[in-house]
Design a binder for this molecule. Structure first.
Ligand code: PMP
Length: 428
């Protein structure tokens, strides 16, 4: 068994917050699923680059060349981190949301899209210009594969066609339950029916190794700020063909190879074929460098030890709260299903927002409350109807009434045991 590694040094360890009960306490950031604190090492790497500020792909100046090298090296590092195929492209974006919207803008004509209702809105909503089939939440990984198989088989059997392009979008790890999805099996099902698949790895990549080759996914998307890098950078990596054939996501400098004036006064534009096609404007070189630095740091720390540590923290929460009957954890696949360090729960008799506010004010613990940008899933998990319009806010749940939102605690490579132990004590 891998040994338990020490938490990795992250920013914010020294932040103290005032308590309503008086005094101050070290802030326990237990909201990694929203944004993970940057690794100290990533911050240091960014600081080391800062004096060399120069724009990417903009001329022969020394600092511009250096920035270009840094940016292109970051691309290679990310490709290695994701174990991409040789022909794959790594496009730097602003976030997972941006990556999936980029892919949505690059769908071939007539593309059908398949998503589960359980997805984060970032994977549920970008496909609004395609025909979208939204699949019911499964109650097991096996059922997820069967549900997708059936939907894709219905498509190809359809007398109305069903042989055009299709895309499946699926999360690797839920941002609500933390549960791992059977990505390899879903990819096999997609490919068996002539569809492609994009993996939303926003919650998976910070916690588990992601191999594009091994999972056999066509694209993968993730965000820097959940992978221990600062805000503002994301990645879409995968097949080049749809991206090459699509109009540029943004039009502007950097995406265009040649722009000429036509005799009739209009403009002719020749766009780049590679990743630059979708990276118009001055790229976020620091963001790309930070993501690459985080990829290296996680690889060096070793996912085996990081996973073992996280499982230890999950056990601390589950075992610590096992004798608190008012706490109900939310899950689709069962409480013992494999998951990353993300747990959502409701506390009988408590409004989840008040509960989260009390954890902050009385114990200095930062968790998230709400519907976590996954409204249909959270409604279903709370016993409501995912098809209903319902409330998205945090209305009071009277004693005995169903809660309309939940509390989420999440942690990762920088979380010390003390934060999780304090959380368990506070909930109790
Ligand atoms: N997918 C999942 C599973 C997420 O958890 C999130 C962020 N909560 C996103 C996509 C969107 O990430 P971002 O806000 O960085 O675009």
């Amino acid at each position: 068994a891998p040994s338990l590694c020490a938490p990795l040094p992250v920013l914010g360890r020294d932040v103290t917050v005032p308590l309503v009960t008086g005094g101050e306490v070290a802030y326990a950031a237990l909201d990694y699923a929203a944004s993970a604190p940057a690794l100290q090492r990533v911050w240091d790497d960014v600081a080391a680059y800062a004096p060399c500020y120069g724009s990417v792909h903009r001329g022969a100046g020394y600092l511009s060349q250096l920035s270009t090298d840094l940016f292109e090296n970051a691309r290679r590092t990310v490709a290695a981190f994701l174990d991409c195929r040789d022909t794959d492209q790594v496009v730097f974006t602003r976030s997972t949301t941006d990556s999936l919207n980029l892919l949505a803008a690059a769908l071939p004509d007539g593309c059908e899209v398949f998503v589960f209702e359980t997805e984060h809105h970032a994977s549920l909503l970008p496909w609004r210009n395609a025909r979208v089939t939204c699949l019911d939440a499964p109650s097991s990984p096996r059922q997820a594969v069967d549900t997708l198989e059936r939907a894709l088989a219905d498509r190809t059997a359809s007398v109305h066609g069903g042989h055009g392009p299709a895309l499946v979008c699926v999360t690797g790890a839920s941002n609500v339950t933390g549960e791992l999805w059977p990505v390899r099996e879903l990819a096999a099902a997609a490919h068996a029916h002539g569809a492609r698949i994009v993996l939303d790895a926003a919650q998976l990549a910070p916690h588990h190794p992601v191999s594009v080759r091994d999972l056999d996914v066509d694209w993968v998307a993730f965000s820097g700020h959940k992978l221990y890098a600062p805000f503002g950078s994301g990645v879409l990596a995968g097949r080049a063909d749809w991206l090459r054939e699509a109009e540029p996501y943004l039009a502007g400098g950097g995406a265009s190879r040649r722009v000429t004036r036509r005799a009739d006064g209009g403009l002719d534009v020749e766009w780049h074929d590679g990743a630059a096609r979708h990276e118009a404007g001055s790229p976020n070189v620091i963001g790309a460098h930070a993501v690459a630095s985080a990829c290296k740091a996680l690889t060096e720390a070793g996912f085996d030890t990081l996973v073992a540590r996280e499982e230890h923290l999950i056990r601390t929460v589950r075992e610590g709260l096992a004798d608190v009957p008012e706490v109900r954890f939310l899950s689709l696949f069962g409480d013992d299903a494999p998951r990353v360090g993300v747990l959502s729960f409701v506390v009988e008799g408590w409004n989840s927002s008040h509960f989260a506010a009390a954890l902050s004010a009385e114990y200095g613990i930062g968790v998230r409350d709400g519907l976590f940008c996954a409204h249909p899933l959270v409604r279903r998990l709370l016993g409501g109807d995912p098809r209903s319009q319902g409330e998205c806010g945090a209305p009071e749940a009277a004693p005995g009434e169903k809660s309309l939102n939940a509390v989420r605690v999440s942690f990762g490579a920088g979380t010390p045991d003390e934060h999780v132990e304090r959380f368990v004590r506070a909930v109790k």
